[in-house]
Each structure stands twice: as C-alpha cells, then as structure tokens.
Design a protein around this ligand. Structure first.
Ligand code: C2E
Ligand code: MG
Ligand code: MG
Length: 671
C-alpha cells in the first residue's frame, strides 16, 4: 500500500507513463537483440550482445531517470553529474556481463545471470539515488531497500529463464517488473523532510521537457538496435537469395543450370499434360569450342560462353527457356502449339550460335549441333525427351550438311541401341561376360596342330551370345577395344602358358590397338607377366590396320617381331591386299580370307587367285594358311594347289579351352 501511495501521491503520473513506455519498448528491443545474439556465433554474437546490453542499460537508466524527474520531493533537487554517469555505466556493464554469462548453459546459470542483471539494475538505481541531492533530511527504510533488491534480482532471473524457454512475453513482463518493482519499492524506502530554505523548486515544465528529452534519447538508442536488427534480417534474406541463385544458375554465364533446367522441364511437362500444348526439348553442343579453348586459352573460352549465353537470353520470348547444361552444352525449351513457332525458335537459336564474335582480336564462329525432340510425340518423360534430343544432336554432329536434326525414331533408335550396347560392353569385363574360344590351325600334310586362333565371345546378360562382327567394330569406334584387347591378350597368354602341349596361340589385334596403344610395350609386359615364351604367340593383323598410319604401324610391328612374336596378315585377299604391304613387312604368315573357300570349287578366278597367293608366299618365303575350310573337298583342292595350312569348321570349330585337347586327334583323323 505504501508503494502504491508513493506512486500516486509523490509522482507526476504523465512522466511515470512515459517512463513505462521507455521501459517496455526498450526492454522488448533489448530482449529481441539478445535472442539474435543467441542465434549467432563468434564476432557476430559479441556484436549483438553489445547492442542488447546498450539497449537494455540505456532504457533502464532512462526509465529510472524519467521516474526520478517524475518524483516530487517537494524540495529543491540537484544531480551529481559524475555519479549519474557512473549509474549509467553500471547498468550497461552489468547487463553486458549478465547477457554474456546467461546466453547459454544450464538453467541455474541462466537464472543466476538474470539475478545479476537485477542486481546491476539495483546498483544503478542506488548509485543514481546517491547522485540525487535534495535540500532536506532523507530517511531510508532498510526493509524496503532490501525488498527492492530482492524483487529486482528475482524478476531479472525469471526474465532470462523465461526468455530462454522461448516465453518472450513473460520474459519481457519480468524484465519490466524488475525495473519498475525496484524503482518504486526503492522510492518508497525514501522519505524526504525538506529544509525550509525558501529556495525555488524546480520548474515543472522544465522537468517535463527534460524527461521527454531523456525518453527521446532512449528511444533513439533503442531504434539503433532495431535498425541493426532490420539490416541483419535483410542481409540474411539476401544471402539466402544469393545462395539460391548460385545453386540454380551457372556461375559463368548466369544462365540457369542443369538443376533448374530439369525443374523447369518437369514444370512445363506438367502444364502441357493439362493444356495439351507441345514442349520442345532442344539440345545444343558447340562445334568449335574446343578449338577456341585450345588455341586461344581458357579465358577466351569463358568469354565465348558468356557471349553466347548473353545472346541466347536476349532473343528469348514468352514460353522459351535456355540453360547451360555443362561445358559447351546448352539446352533450350519451348512451349508451343504451332509447329512454325518451333521452327522459328530453332532458327533463332541457330542464328545466334552461328553468329561470329570477336574475342581478343580474333573473329570466331562457335557453331553448334542442335537436336530437337518434342513432347508428347517423341517421349512423355523428361529423361526420354532429353535422351532423344541428344540422339538427334549426335546425328547432327555426324552430318556436315546440317546443324539441326529433329528426332526420328527409326534413325535414332538404331543409334540408341548401339549406344546402349557400347555401355554394356564397357562393363562386360567386370561382369565377367567375356570368354575366349580357340579354333585349331593345322598343317594338312603333316597331320599336326600348328596352334589355335583366339576368338572372343561376349555373353550378354539379356541378349545371349553377340557375335564379334557386331561388337568389335563398336568397341573400335568407342575405344573400348583398347581395354578389351588388352584383356584378351593377357587372358589368352596366361591360359596358353599353362598348356602342357606347348602349342601356339594367334591373337587378333585391332587397327585401333595398333594405332593407339603402346602395343610393343604391352605385348612385352604381358609376356613377362604371364611367362609365355614369345615364340608361342602370334598376332593377327588385318591389312587395313596397317594402311591407316603405315610408318607407325610398321615400326610397332617390327618392335613386336623383335621380341620373337610372329605376325600374320589376316583376311588376305579382301579389302586392300596390295603387294606393297607384303613387300614392306616380313610377315610370318598369310591368312587367306575364307570368302575364297566357298568359291574355290566353282570359280576359276578364285582358284587362280589362291594359286597366285600361294606362289607369292612361296617366293617370299611366307607360309599361307587358308581360312574357313568347311569340307573335305575344299581341303583336297587346297592340297592339290599346294596349300599346306588350314583352319575351318572342318578341322575344328572355335570352342572353349576345355574341349581343345581333342583337336590333335581330329586333325590327325581328317587330314
Ligand atoms: P577372323 O580373325 O577372320 O576370325 C575367323 C572367323 O571365322 C571367326 O569368326 C571364326 O569363327 C570364323 N570361322 C572359322 N572357321 C570357319 C568356317 O569354316 N566357316 C565359317 N563360315 N566361319 C569360320 P568369329 O569368331 O565370329 O570372329 C569374327 C571376327 O571378329 C574375327 O575374324 C576377328 O576379325 C574378330 N575378332 C574375334 N575375336 C577378336 C579379338 O579378340 N580381337 C579382335 N580385335 N578381333 C576379334
Ligand atoms: Mg583372325
Ligand atoms: Mg580371318
């Protein structure tokens, strides 16, 4: 009751209300700043703690000061400036310490920090009271003083604990209770008996003006905290936006990237399924980017991509979209109903991609291959449409006369099948799908086995056996032959090294292997690794593989031959068959192509050629082996022409290693 009486009889209520506004507003901001501090780490946290302490201390001090001005001591009043300053610093410093200690940790620690906050408010209040000089006798009631300190500490503790438990309003209420409870209980503890000195009392209007000014300053300080808070929010939003942009856009060109392209395509397809419109998926691959990069450097390449990106974006119209998918690949989308609109868009894309540009004093034309597929005709899923646009694009790449190809099922499906097969082939080794078969090569007159040709077999997991005539060319196209060829060589040599009969093996070597791999080194290494004597290995080379890069091939063959490995020329009589080849390299064996065998019995020309080749072999001292011997008649004809070596179904079919032992018996029997 005494406290209430004190508030209502000894105070200017307008100013009390002003103090309350400052206290609530400042407290609210201070606690929000404290929450922000808790969400941050390091320097940012320190900054927010500082702002929170300034806002809390300033608003508490101003509340106190305004309330003092509202107090009517009925005697002349002065303020000690130094102590007044000290009281301000006490509460700011105390808040900072309390906030710092209570920002995290156990509840008791947070409670203790809150109590410390209350105590620093009390310290401020009593320091302020010491600075407050009245012309009169001032009496203090110790119980009220104690009560005021206890109230402040308890409410301070409750405030920080509530805040920590996300109960923000209760936290604010307790904060205000700490300030207000302390102040008025503290003021109740004071009783002033004025001296009758006749000195004039302070002018009420001047006091009110002073109080408003103080409140204004308090609000300014608090507003600074609010402003920082808002700036921070905005920056955080902008950061999120920048990160989002970075994730969705390609950093170099600023175009949308693969991820946003995929999102957009899904979105457009969803729309098209509802409204029945068409969506075109357009894949674009630059033709000359590699040259720009290689000849002019990566900066020039980057610049070219930027220019192209800019040009593509600038020609977009409603319903059109362009993205950079990676490297020198771009993709576009268009929603349309009239096919002519699509043609127009593609023509615009083509124009931009073929427009020349100036980079570091050079004029370059990027050029591109463009493939188009259309929803729903060419596929109804994003993956299908992208794949089909790519197939069309590959076709455009292979066609010098056209830059743009539209997906056409009958043409592109063949390419797809080949592509899938080549992907499967890459994995064939790890999946253990490759197998070697051996076909006997025999000397007819001597009734003896000369050796075995190694023939590769691929057992595809879905399609069963795929003949080498189908997959070897594919492997050569994609370069997979290098891996596969090495596997064959290694496998065959290590297998043959274990044979007790000491027979020879003949391994087919592709033109690509001869041209690309360091074949002599590989052969040498494999012989070392497997322990197969070089004299037991023969390599079969087709003539076409020598023609491609003659000097290099012959050099490699000489090195291999120097190891002691023999070299046979395969499929002789087909393709080039120039005498020059025979002259330029001392082959150990000529393998007469099997196409002659079928004709041998009926065609005089075939016989004449076989005879000529045999004569050639004799004079050059190269043995001749006839391939594809299927009948006794053929064998006898060959014998009569003086051909001594043969290979074919009649002598033995290609078979797995386990069955090969019987070959010697077969050969002896049939010959
Ligand atoms: P090639 O080197 O001329 O092999 C002989 C081919 O003729 C084999 O076919 C063999 O099965 C077949 N053949 C053997 N005797 C007869 C016969 O009496 N009648 C008929 N009609 N055919 C007979 P295959 O195994 O299908 O191989 C085809 C071609 O694939 C081979 O022709 C060879 O160029 C290539 N090839 C096979 N394995 C490999 C390999 O490991 N590496 C490389 N680079 N090419 C290989
Ligand atoms: Mg062969
Ligand atoms: Mg052959």
């Amino acid at each position: 009751m005494r406290v209430i009486t004190c508030v209502f009889t000894l105070h200017n209520l307008w100013l009390v209300a002003l103090a309350a506004v400052v206290c609530v507003g400042g407290g609210w901001v201070a606690l929000e700043l404290l929450r922000r501090a808790r969400a941050r780490q390091g320097v940012q946290r320190a900054g927010w703690l500082f702002l929170a302490a300034i806002a809390a201390g300033a608003s508490v001090w101003c509340t106190h000061f305004i309330a003092m001005l509202a107090y009517d001591a009925q005697a002349p009043v002065t303020f000690d400036p130094l102590l007044t300053m000290i009281s301000l610093l006490l509460v700011i410093g105390g808040s900072l310490l309390a906030f710092r200690m209570g920002i995290e940790g156990s509840m008791s620690r947070i409670g203790a920090s809150g109590a410390f906050l209350g105590l620093s408010i009390a310290a401020m209040h009593y320091a302020g009271m010491t600075a407050y000089h009245v012309d009169g006798i001032v009496d203090w009631d110790g119980y009220y003083v104690l009560a005021s300190v206890v109230i402040s500490a308890a409410c301070g503790a409750a405030s920080l604990v509530a805040l920590h438990k996300q109960r923000r309003y209760f936290g604010l209420l307790m904060f205000v209770a700490a300030v207000v409870g302390l102040h008025f209980t503290g003021m109740t503890a004071v009783s002033v008996t004025p001296f009758v000195t006749g000195a004039p009392l302070a002018d009420a209007a001047a006091v009110a003006a002073m109080a408003v000014a103080v409140a204004g300053v308090a609000m300014l300080i608090v507003a600074t905290g609010v402003a920082s808070y808002m700036i921070d929010n905005d920056t955080a939003e902008k950061n999120v936006e920048t990160l989002r942009q970075m994730a969705l856009n390609d950093a170099l060109t600023g175009l949308p990237n693969r991820t946003s392209y995929a999102d957009y395509l899904e979105h457009e397809l969803g729309r098209a399924r509802l409204d029945g419109k068409h969506v075109a998926v357009i894949g674009m691959d630059l033709n000359n980017f590699k040259e720009i990069n290689d000849l002019r450097g990566h900066d020039a390449g980057d610049q070219a991509l930027k220019i192209i990106g800019g040009r593509l974006v600038s020609m977009l119209r409603d319903g059109e979209f362009v993205a950079r998918i990676g490297g020198d690949e771009f993709s576009a989308l268009k929603r349309f109903t009239d096919h002519r609109d699509l043609l127009d868009f593609v023509a615009r894309l083509e124009r931009e991609l073929f427009a020349s540009m100036r980079i570091e004093d050079f004029d370059v034309v990027p050029g591109a291959s463009i493939g188009v597929s259309v929803f729903p005709n060419d596929g109804d899923t994003a993956a299908r449409l992208i794949g089909n646009a790519d197939l069309a694009m590959y076709r455009a790449k292979g066609d010098v006369t056209r830059a743009v190809c539209f997906y056409e099922a009958d043409m592109d499906e063949l390419a797809r099948a080949r592509r899938n097969l080549s992907l499967d082939l890459r994995r064939a080794i790890e999946l253990d799908q490759l197998e070697l078969h051996y076909q006997v090569q025999a000397s007819v007159s001597g009734k003896q086995v000369l050796g075995h040709e190694v023939l590769l077999r691929w057992k595809h997991h879905e399609r069963g056996f795929i003949p080498p005539a189908e997959f070897i060319p594919l492997a050569e196209e994609t370069g997979t032959i290098l891996v596969i060829g090495e596997w064959v060589l290694r496998e065959a040599c290590s297998e043959a090294a274990g044979w007790t009969d000491g027979g020879k093996i003949a391994v087919n070597i592709s033109a690509v292997q001869l041209a690309n791999a360091d074949l002599p080194r590989l052969v040498h290494q494999v012989l070392l690794d497997t322990g197969l004597p070089a004299s037991r290995l023969e390599l079969e080379i087709t003539e076409s593989s020598i023609i491609q890069d003659k000097a290099r091939s012959l050099h490699a063959l000489r090195q291999i031959r120097a190891l002691g490995v023999t070299i046979a020329i395969d499929d002789f009589g087909t393709g080039y068959s120039s005498l020059e080849t025979l002259r330029s390299f001392p082959f150990d064996r000529i393998k007469l192509d099997r196409s002659f065998m079928t004709e041998l019995e009926h065609s005089q020309q075939a016989r004449a050629i076989v005879r000529a080749v045999l004569a050639l072999g004799k004079s050059l001292d190269i043995s001749v082996l006839a391939e594809g011997v299927e009948t006794r008649e053929q064998l006898e004809l060959l014998e009569s022409e003086g051909c001594n070596e043969a290979q074919g179904y009649f002598l033995g079919r290609p078979q797995p290693r386990g069955a090969v032992e019987s070959d010697a018996v077969t050969v002896a029997a049939v010959a």
